[in-house]
Design a protein around this ligand. Structure first.
Ligand SMILES: [Zn+2]
Length: 199
């Protein structure tokens, strides 16, 4: 499949503490790439490279329970949702979450001090700003997804030269379900829907 390594790299974390989540893994007729939040599976028959089986990795194939409802979502629709995310003018410091202070502890004494990472400014400097706040949620057919996860789905569609995806879900459940995105006959992505934290 064109761009298959690039596609898998969107889903794995090479530094993840769990070694099974650092590279794509073959299981039965599929190759899976997963992190703690979302995963992709692609049929081996569609892939050019070969991928290792990892006997010690937990099975992933059972993560795909049946879903009753489906809807086609266009790439343009996903992009429009991302465009509506609030814009972050600057990065927040990851260490102190933008507060500028962290709690220091010495025996039973505790005190707030300037954060050593951002030196008390609360700003982070890891990316170029302004940019959309991908931590916020977007609403697709009444289900809420983290902007960051939708961004990965958009990038996957682009790498596969697709302009739409079929979303399968359980409409009786408003949040906290694994939603299936069928990209084509051999490729499926799972993304959790979340409670809408922004409301
Ligand atoms: Zn800080």
């Amino acid at each position: 499949m064109k761009n298959e390594r690039k596609i898998f790299s969107l889903y794995i974390d090479p530094y993840h503490p769990n070694v099974h989540l650092r590279e794509p893994i073959a299981e039965d007729d599929y190759v899976f790439a997963a992190n703690s939040n979302y995963l992709i599976k692609i049929a081996k028959s569609a892939l050019e490279d070969t991928y290792e089986v990892n006997e010690e990795a937990p099975s992933i194939k059972d993560f795909f329970p049946a879903r009753s409802d489906s809807r086609t979502v266009k790439l343009s629709e996903l992009k429009a949702l991302i465009d509506k995310l609030p814009i972050l003018e600057y990065d927040l410091c990851e260490e102190c979450d933008g507060s500028g202070t962290v709690m220091w502890e010495y025996y039973h004494w505790k005190k707030d001090f300037d954060c050593p990472k951002c030196k008390g400014s609360g700003y982070g400097y890891e990316a170029i700003y302004p940019k959309p706040d991908y931590r916020k949620t977007v609403n697709i057919s009444g289900l809420f997804f983290k902007g960051e996860h939708v961004k990965v789905l958009i990038e996957t569609l682009k790498l596969m030269s697709l302009d739409k995806v079929t979303m399968c879900f359980d409409s009786n459940k408003q949040f906290e379900q694994l939603v299936h995105f069928y990209l084509n006959d051999v490729t499926k992505v799972l993304i959790p829907s979340l409670y809408d934290e922004d409301k």
